[in-house]
Ligand binder design. Structure first.
Ligand code: FES
Length: 159
């Protein structure tokens, strides 16, 4: 099938679709890969993916808005996910969240250019709460002192 030039608004998204054989059943993996490569999903990327997979824009927007992990805007430099499910709450997750909000001058699930704090509900580390995830890495028994140390460590890796 010939592809019109004006349907490729995002060359990286187009390449990723091609790597997945332009298969609509691989939409979630494609969205993850595009977001990983570019940080978030632009309108141009979504239009490119919709065209490449021959699905409607409404369908792709429905999928993106359903899953919390997909970002539609440029995110913070670092995202810290803090578990606030029952087991972690029982060992101080809410206090950790309050302290982190104060320290990073942001709100849970709010927007921030520096550090974004996100609530998550069970990271499968219930025996070692409060549990936190940064850059896909899981940490247990996290208090504020440890959170700052972990956060700095991850920032150091990016530099
Ligand atoms: S309740 Fe927090 S990791 Fe399971």
């Amino acid at each position: 099938m010939a592809t019109l030039l004006n349907t490729i608004e995002d060359a990286k998204a187009r390449d990723i679709c091609r790597e997945h054989g332009d298969r609509p059943d691989e939409l979630l993996e494609i969205l993850h890969s595009v977001q990983e490569a570019q940080g978030y999903l632009t309108d141009g990327a979504l239009r490119t993916i919709a065209h490449a997979l021959n699905i409607s824009r409404a369908e792709i927007h429905g999928v993106v808005s359903f899953y919390h992990d997909y970002k539609r805007e440029k995110g913070a430099a670092q995202t810290i996910k803090i578990c606030r499910a029952e087991a972690c709450q029982a060992v101080g997750a809410n206090d950790l969240i309050s302290e982190a909000e104060k320290h990073f001058k942001t709100q849970l699930d709010g927007k921030s250019a520096g550090v974004a704090l996100e609530a998550t509900y069970c990271l499968g580390n219930c025996a070692l709460g409060p549990a936190v995830m940064i850059d896909g890495e899981l940490y247990g028994r996290v208090d504020m002192k440890r959170l700052l140390s972990i956060s700095d460590n991850h920032k150091g890796r990016e530099a």
